[in-house]
Design a protein around this ligand. Structure first.
Ligand SMILES: NC(=O)c1ccc[n+]([C@@H]2O[C@H](COP(=O)([O-])OP(=O)(O)OC[C@H]3O[C@@H](n4cnc5c(N)ncnc54)[C@H](O)[C@@H]3O)[C@@H](O)[C@H]2O)c1
Ligand SMILES: O=P(O)(O)OC[C@H](O)CO
Length: 332
């Protein structure tokens, strides 16, 4: 039985802790707030982030990271991207020297423009072979309801990838291994921005043609960036690319798509943030870092640029649409 620590008790950390426990792993979660840890530990439910899901009684929780990390062979990092560096600084000393670190976050750090695995290696000093990422069409609520899905676990060390795969494989959750960490991380971070764009289109009142066009052209720009950074195009054509992009861009459960929809229907950034109710829509910050990353590699990402300008430069959604459609005509 693998001993796992899940650091972060939001909706995905909680749903993934259930998956690990259902797969037979021994799981302790870390929560920032006492009330959340208590609700998981005593009532087997995360009332704040995943209400209505009964967690296996084997899932324990604490606000003490040392308790969660004690003896953990697998350390799952489930806090939002922009909070990872600061938290990791506090956890590094408590992480076992040979533990495998698995990132669940889908974002690019602002300022440094680093992917999460790079942040993890830099802060903890871990060799990249110990660091993996999990990404795919994985809406937490559907997984908590045990609806079947697949995912990708990417790690440069294939033995560790297989260990991580075994630790979370259940009758409803099917993990595939991969060695392309860059592709999985770029797919996961960038699709949130494209989901914001799809939400904006839906919020304005556009239908499926518009959304399908954004998904498809979104995939083209994600693939351009991924390949420039060294990713394999086949990763972006797989679960961590197309799979996640389609799920996130199409589902009303996606916080990014919903956020975009609020902006598209005329809401302000502040009102959309308020409606998100403390839940993270990673694309809102990552659109800026992804845009800067793309610029530094001379990669064109017009949709990402438009989302950044709507979110952070006051461009209206109708004006963003006009500027996208007014671009020079070219071949596909
Ligand atoms: N929810 C999903 O369906 C889903 C699926 C796949 C991946 N993800 C990714 O997983 C990551 C976590 O998302 P989530 O859905 O669990 O988020 P969430 O908004 O549901 O919860 C965020 C959690 O992080 C904690 N948190 C927020 N700021 C923090 C800080 N500064 N320090 C420590 N903890 C902090 C919150 O208290 C909460 O426990 C994100 O990168 C997201 O993109 C989410
Ligand atoms: O709710 P979102 O928009 O953060 O998306 C959730 C997951 O990343 C889907 O795989």
């Amino acid at each position: 039985m693998v001993k796992a620590a899940v650091l972060g008790s939001g909706s995905w950390g909680t749903a993934y802790a259930k998956v690990l426990a259902d797969a037979g792993s021994d799981v302790t979660m870390w929560a920032r707030r006492e009330s959340v840890a208590k609700s998981i530990d005593s009532d087997h439910e995360n009332v704040d982030y995943l209400p209505g899901t009964t967690l296996p009684s084997s899932v324990r929780a604490s606000t003490d990271a040392a308790e969660a990390l004690d003896g953990a062979r697998v350390v799952v990092l489930a806090v939002p991207s922009q909070a990872l560096r600061q938290n990791l600084g506090e956890w590094t000393e408590l992480i076992g020297p040979d533990a495998t670190l698995l990132s669940l976050a889908k974002g690019i750090e602002t300022g440094t423009l680093m992917r999460m695995s790079q942040v993890i290696c830099q802060v903890t000093g871990a060799n990249p072979s110990r660091v993996g990422t999990l990404s795919g069409p994985n809406l937490a609520k559907e997984i908590a309801a045990e609806q079947p899905t697949a995912t990708v676990i990417a790690c440069p060390d294939s033995n560790r990838a297989i260990e991580l795969q075994k630790a979370c494989a259940t009758s409803y959750f099917r993990p595939y291994t991969n060695s392309d960490v860059i592709g999985c991380e770029i797919g996961g971070a960038c699709k949130n921005v494209i989901a914001l764009a799809c939400g904006m289109a839906a919020g304005v009142g556009f239908g499926e043609n518009s959304v399908a066009s954004i998904i498809t052209r979104g995939l083209a720009e994600i693939t351009r960036l991924g390949v420039a950074l060294g990713a394999s195009p086949s990763t972006l054509a797989g679960l961590a690319g197309v799979g996640d992009l389609v799920a996130t861009c199409s589902s009303p459960l996606s916080r990014n798509r919903s956020f975009g929809e609020r902006l598209g229907s005329g809401g302000s950034l502040e009102s959309a943030q308020e409606a998100a109710n403390g839940q993270v829509a990673e694309g809102v910050k990552s659109c800026t870092s992804i845009r800067a990353l793309a610029e530094s590699y001379d990669v064109e990402m017009p949709l990402t640029d438009a989302v950044h300008r709507v979110c952070h430069e006051g461009l209206s959604v109708p004006d963003a649409v006009q500027s996208l459609l007014g671009r020079r005509h070219k071949s596909e």
